[in-house]
Design a protein around this ligand. Sequence first.
Ligand SMILES: Cc1cc2nc3c(=O)[nH]c(=O)nc-3n(C[C@H](O)[C@H](O)[C@H](O)COP(=O)(O)OP(=O)(O)OC[C@H]3O[C@@H](n4cnc5c(N)ncnc54)[C@H](O)[C@@H]3O)c2cc1C
Ligand SMILES: *[C@@H]1O[C@H](CO)[C@@H](O)[C@H](O)[C@H]1NC(C)=O
Ligand SMILES: *[C@@H]1O[C@H](CO)[C@@H](O)[C@H](O)[C@H]1NC(C)=O
Ligand SMILES: *[C@@H]1O[C@H](CO)[C@@H](O)[C@H](O)[C@H]1NC(C)=O
Ligand SMILES: *[C@@H]1O[C@H](CO)[C@@H](O)[C@H](O)[C@H]1NC(C)=O
Ligand SMILES: *[C@@H]1O[C@H](CO)[C@@H](O)[C@H](O)[C@H]1NC(C)=O
Ligand SMILES: *[C@@H]1O[C@H](CO)[C@@H](O)[C@H](O)[C@H]1NC(C)=O
Ligand SMILES: *[C@@H]1O[C@H](CO)[C@@H](O)[C@H](O)[C@H]1NC(C)=O
Ligand SMILES: *[C@@H]1O[C@H](CO)[C@@H](O)[C@H](O)[C@H]1NC(C)=O
Ligand SMILES: *[C@@H]1O[C@H](CO)[C@@H](O)[C@H](O)[C@H]1NC(C)=O
Ligand SMILES: *[C@@H]1O[C@H](CO)[C@@H](O)[C@H](O)[C@H]1NC(C)=O
Length: 603
Amino acid sequence: MWPVTVAVFSLAVTASASAVCKVTPHDAEWPTQAEWASLNNSIDHQLLSTAPVASSCWNGNPFGSPVSCSTVNSAWANASWQSQFPESIDYPIFANNSCLPPNASGYVKGRGCLIGGMPQYIVNATSEEQVATALKWASTRNIRVVVKGTGHDLNGRSSGAYALSIWTYNLRKLERHTSWRDPSTGRSEDVYIVGSGQQWGNVLNMALEQGRVVTTGQDPSVGLGGYIQGGGHGPISRTYGLASSHVLQMTVVTTEGQVLVVNNAENQDLFWALRGGGPGLYGVVTEYVIRHHPAPRNVVMGNLLIAPKGSSNHSAEMSWDAAVTHLSSLPDLMDAGLAGACMVAVGDMAMSFGSLDQFTSGVVIKQVFWSFNSTPAAMKTLVNPVIANITQAAGGNSSISVSFTASNTGNYSSFYSAISGSEVAGGESVVSSRLLGRHELIETPLQKQKEYLKTAMRSQNETAGTYATVGLQGGPGVRNTAEEQWGALLPAWRSAYLHFISNGATVDSKAASSPKLALQKAAHWNEAKERMWREWSPNSGAYMNEANPYTSNFKQDFYGSNYERLVQIKAKYDPSYSLFVLSGVGSDQWHYDLDTGRLCKGN
Ligand SMILES: Cc1cc2nc3c(=O)[nH]c(=O)nc-3n(C[C@H](O)[C@H](O)[C@H](O)COP(=O)(O)OP(=O)(O)OC[C@H]3O[C@@H](n4cnc5c(N)ncnc54)[C@H](O)[C@@H]3O)c2cc1C
Ligand SMILES: *[C@@H]1O[C@H](CO)[C@@H](O)[C@H](O)[C@H]1NC(C)=O
Ligand SMILES: *[C@@H]1O[C@H](CO)[C@@H](O)[C@H](O)[C@H]1NC(C)=O
Ligand SMILES: *[C@@H]1O[C@H](CO)[C@@H](O)[C@H](O)[C@H]1NC(C)=O
Ligand SMILES: *[C@@H]1O[C@H](CO)[C@@H](O)[C@H](O)[C@H]1NC(C)=O
Ligand SMILES: *[C@@H]1O[C@H](CO)[C@@H](O)[C@H](O)[C@H]1NC(C)=O
Ligand SMILES: *[C@@H]1O[C@H](CO)[C@@H](O)[C@H](O)[C@H]1NC(C)=O
Ligand SMILES: *[C@@H]1O[C@H](CO)[C@@H](O)[C@H](O)[C@H]1NC(C)=O
Ligand SMILES: *[C@@H]1O[C@H](CO)[C@@H](O)[C@H](O)[C@H]1NC(C)=O
Ligand SMILES: *[C@@H]1O[C@H](CO)[C@@H](O)[C@H](O)[C@H]1NC(C)=O
Ligand SMILES: *[C@@H]1O[C@H](CO)[C@@H](O)[C@H](O)[C@H]1NC(C)=O
């Protein structure tokens, strides 16, 4: 599976007898400076030594960051800003908090600025040849490889200790081809051809100027790479399905150094895997050929707020009844044309979401709806009967307050600016995710749903409370996606309406003795939620891009019945297993220790 001479040697030098590890700078097999320099020569001098941007906040600026500490400090929580640096990731706890500015949540004075959990070297890729040369070079030397586009990954999958990183940021092609010939059908298609380092905001802006839209997520700085390979939901997925279903072709570089064109006519297995089968696993995508769709002429938006009145236990309880009644009405509303996003909040968070002046043990629902080419009156006609049901479920209007407004928002640009922009980076969190459909929301008795929802909303700090994000991102557009467009996307998406992202676990790397322990504790606490999801929705799964990367059930939850086939495709295209990500296909055979930085086979 990997170069035997290297592996045997590394056994002797570094690891326990049962484990085989990727090499690190502590191992004799790690390439010399001269060897790295010769790699640099062979890739047009695009090799960077990792130089953390926050180095300027540490004594003597050990890595010579050109960005001043005060700039780093004030911009640290800005995901767009983070996305432009070769080594930066949004959630640096997954890179062991190795070089933070004082403003960062995991900052510990005196800890210093190290490469630590970040990759050692980075290829600032500008061509497929560079990527091919670097991948082959690293994999024959048993070096771990990671891929980074924006670094927005919630689970740190675009970083890794002692790795060589392929940074796609400068692969920024963005073109329309109105008569692109699809090799699998022979038909001529009107497509966008987009470099994998592009960010959705740029693609959307070009599309809107041409009266078109693309399957973006809710924030413009998210990249195509990980988003597409994990699925990719957003404001139009209810209408058109997920982003992975709108790719017609990709160009992929494998860890063996091959540059492959993949589509429904050639390398179909790899094409299938890359559409929803997980990011950062099968190779480095350099280019996507994607579909675009007509832009809606106008967008209607509605705001619904449901909150308990006062602080009595009765009204609190009634607000939970209202909440499950609301969630259970969403599948029909989505089939009738609405999409949107719902925030569910408890504790102090509920007070702030609902502008309440008294603490409640109840729940606040803040729902945003949108619909395309429709009217506010039509939206009200759909939502008012739901409000009547909600009020009835809460025993009338003395325990809860419900308010609803709907209005025209204008064109899609205005709409997109209204819903996006929360691009916050730098936090420490471990979420828990579930896809919910009619079985969970309608066929499950409301009393049972209420128990499940209370568990989903549990928070380690009950006073602070927490919030959950519920996306109305499944439904007809996803369900009606043609089989040949489905790829390896989790089959549970077919019957999903809602994507529920639950927070509540406390991740505190300062209180724990290391990021590793802080993440482990949070993941452990999340297990009760994971058990609840499996009981409520045994045949459903999670959205891997916004889920708990430590869940023991990841094979079923993230990949479902596709898992075994994906293991084979992974072995075929990455036989050296150079590309490891948390809860990736085959990752159960490996152990990544954030404390030592070692990635070893076995457990
Ligand atoms: C602010 C914000 C908003 C978000 N909103 C949404 C949303 O609305 N809908 C949604 O579905 N998700 C959303 N997400 C989650 C998003 O899907 C994931 O964070 C996703 O991993 C982002 O992909 P990326 O390429 O931008 O990130 P990166 O961190 O660069 O990469 C993520 C993963 O993809 C791999 N990867 C990246 N590029 C390539 C490539 N070219 N070839 C092979 N592997 C690659 C990386 O190795 C890594 O495993 C959001 C995340 C953030 C931070
Ligand atoms: C690669 O070469 C360029 C150009 O000489 C140089 O600036 C860069 O520092 C080199 N990279 C490494 C890792 O030495
Ligand atoms: C972060 O640092 C900047 C500059 O040092 C400061 O102005 C700002 O208030 C800090 N922000 C937070 C959230 O601490
Ligand atoms: C975040 O950073 C981007 C890129 O540097 C910048 O354009 C944007 O204005 C910043 N946002 C905020 C809120 O500062
Ligand atoms: C990770 O951080 C911990 C301390 O928080 C440290 O002990 C450990 O050496 C670090 N590991 C790496 C690989 O940087
Ligand atoms: C990456 O390469 C491009 C093209 O050569 C160059 O313009 C850019 O400055 C490089 N980025 C870094 C961080 O070195
Ligand atoms: C409300 O419920 C809490 C916990 O369930 C209980 O301790 C408290 O006594 C109740 N308050 C009233 C007024 O019933
Ligand atoms: C209102 O509730 C009834 C009874 O549960 C249900 O049949 C109906 O579909 C609901 N209406 C809406 C609009 O959700
Ligand atoms: C409560 O409902 C009644 C009857 O449906 C209505 O007349 C009244 O205005 C409502 N009160 C509030 C505060 O909404
Ligand atoms: C959308 O509407 C805004 C505000 O009315 C306008 O400035 C903008 O040009 C419009 N965009 C498109 C693509 O039509
Ligand atoms: C819980 O959160 C509240 C703020 O909502 C905070 O004041 C309190 O210190 C937190 N408790 C713990 C144990 O972290």
